[in-house]
Design a binder for this molecule. Structure first.
Ligand code: NAG
Ligand code: NAG
Length: 445
């Protein structure tokens, strides 16, 4: 923690002085873009909306209405995917990688209407009809309000805008917390969810480790003394400097990944080191000190399930699929194991042995590990599925990672992915092994 503090101080001092040379060192143009620009940069149609919550917050909501090079005139309504980010990040984490390894782009290319929300306090949702983000009133919220107000307002807005009744929900980390809280207490909202995909789910932090756990363990009064009552780690100085000045430089990139891994868990091979500037300039994207205080209460009370406000997971009848990582320090296997039996309609769970908390967002092999499974699960339950488009993106991801066309055939896929009958897998090593060993629930395949 001292190293971290020293690093932060160092960056605060030097970060502001060196703004001038920033541009020269940036390697990826996305590091300086907002979400709309990133979406357009990759050639996708982009829409942005302001959604006002019942308690006055103005949230930035982003949309990729259809895939690259598709005809917008197509009259058929596309089924909706809603993506909800977690703590300290924003919707930009769904488009942080090139299209074939970003979930939002892959879903758009697979025929879906993709929407991305931003929780209050994150960098794209720092507006309020009455309060300025400079005021403590603005920051008086935790994930409770995100569940109670943000999600309701955003989903209602999407339904109204698209004239549709149902959608698929993907949440990562605190994005699942919000969902569990909202779906268990708001049956009207829950009815609108066709399927709940939970990545690195988080409902308690008893067994979490790392700096975030340390942060959550600081007594609230002390936390408020150290960080104030407003935003925790405001974006500017820390992240911008770290990312643009240091992280893509040789030597420093180790430091940056070490920081990432300390927070999220270790997985050195699955991150694209050339994109650290993008990852670290977009994050941390802001949350309130009070949110950490609330997580501290969750930690003390062991789980947010047992204390008021009471969230009864048994009430969630939505088909749910979970992907978790064994190297995840924030949502570690023990936490996920505790959660699984509490979910009444768990359809599928896959534990990925080498995944950490952010591999689900940034990992190089996300298409192979779970994108295809999300699409497949929908095919099982629903009618919409356009595998060919998806396959192109998964194949492209594999090719870019330097995988040879392997000799191994996707034997276990034959039944489930008939279109793959004559297609070789894109690898025959590590990635294949994981691909073939998901933990299936209730005989899905
Ligand atoms: C993104 O940035 C561009 C250029 O600065 C600006 O025109 C646009 O309004 C921004 N979009 C959003 C949604 O903030
Ligand atoms: C890694 O990032 C660089 C820079 O953005 C990009 O050109 C390259 O294609 C990425 N590699 C993979 C395997 O995605």
């Amino acid at each position: 923690i001292w190293c971290l503090l020293a690093a932060v101080c160092w960056m605060l001092v030097f970060g502001t002085a060196n703004g001038g040379i920033k541009r020269k060192l940036l390697q990826n143009p996305e590091a300086n873009m907002n979400i709309s620009q990133i979406i357009s940069y990759w050639g996708y149609p982009s829409e942005a909306y302001d959604v006002v919550t019942e308690d006055g917050f103005i949230l930035g909501v982003y949309r990729i209405p259809y895939g690259k090079g598709e005809n917008s005139e197509r009259t058929a309504q596309r089924p909706i995917f809603y993506l909800q980010h977690g703590m300290f990040v924003s919707a930009s984490s769904w488009v942080a990688n090139p299209p074939y390894t970003s979930l939002a782009f892959t879903l758009a290319d697979s025929g879906y209407d993709v929407w991305m929300g931003n929780s209050r306090g994150s960098v794209w949702s720092q507006k309020h009809v009455h309060y300025s983000p400079e005021s403590p009133e603005f920051w008086a919220f935790s994930f409770d309000e995100m569940a109670k107000y943000d999600l309701v307002a955003t989903l209602n807005f999407i339904m109204k805008k698209t004239n549709q009744e149902k959608l698929y929900y993907v949440g990562h980390s605190q994005g699942t917390t919000i969902a569990f809280a909202a779906f268990s207490t708001n049956p009207k909202l829950a009815q609108r969810i066709e399927f709940f995909f939970a990545l690195a789910p988080m409902v308690s932090v008893q067994h979490s480790r790392g700096p975030l756990k340390t942060l959550m363990s600081i007594p609230p009064s002390l936390l408020k003394v150290i960080f104030g009552r407003k935003e925790l780690f405001p974006k500017s100085a820390l992240s911008q400097f770290l990312s643009s000045q240091m992280c893509n430089r040789k030597g420093f990139n180790i430091l940056c990944t070490d920081f990432l891994f300390r927070v999220y868990g270790y997985d050195r091979e699955n991150i694209n080191m050339s994109r650290l500037d993008v990852y670290l300039s977009q994050n941390p994207a802001g949350t309130s000190v009070q949110n950490i205080v609330h997580w501290n209460q969750v930690r003390i009370q062991k789980s947010f399930l047992v204390t008021p406000p009471l969230y009864d997971l048994e009430a969630i009848k939505i088909p749910t699929a979970i992907w978790s990582g064994e190297q995840d320090r924030i949502a570690p296997p023990r936490e996920v194991d505790n959660l699984l039996p509490k979910l009444p309609n768990l359809i599928y769970h896959k534990k990925i042995p080498y995944y950490n908390h952010i591999d689900f967002l940034l990992g190089l092999d996300t298409p192979q590990e779970f994108f295809h499974e999300i699409l497949y699960l929908i095919k099982m339950y629903m009618k919409h599925y356009r595998p060919c488009r998806f396959l192109v993106s998964a194949w492209e991801a594999g090719r870019l990672q330097g995988w040879e066309k392997g000799e191994t055939w996707c034997s276990s896929w034959e039944g489930t992915f008939p279109f793959l009958f004559s297609a070789p897998c894109w690898g025959s090593g590590k990635e294949n092994k994981h691909l073939l060993t998901p933990t299936m629930h209730r005989g899905l395949y």
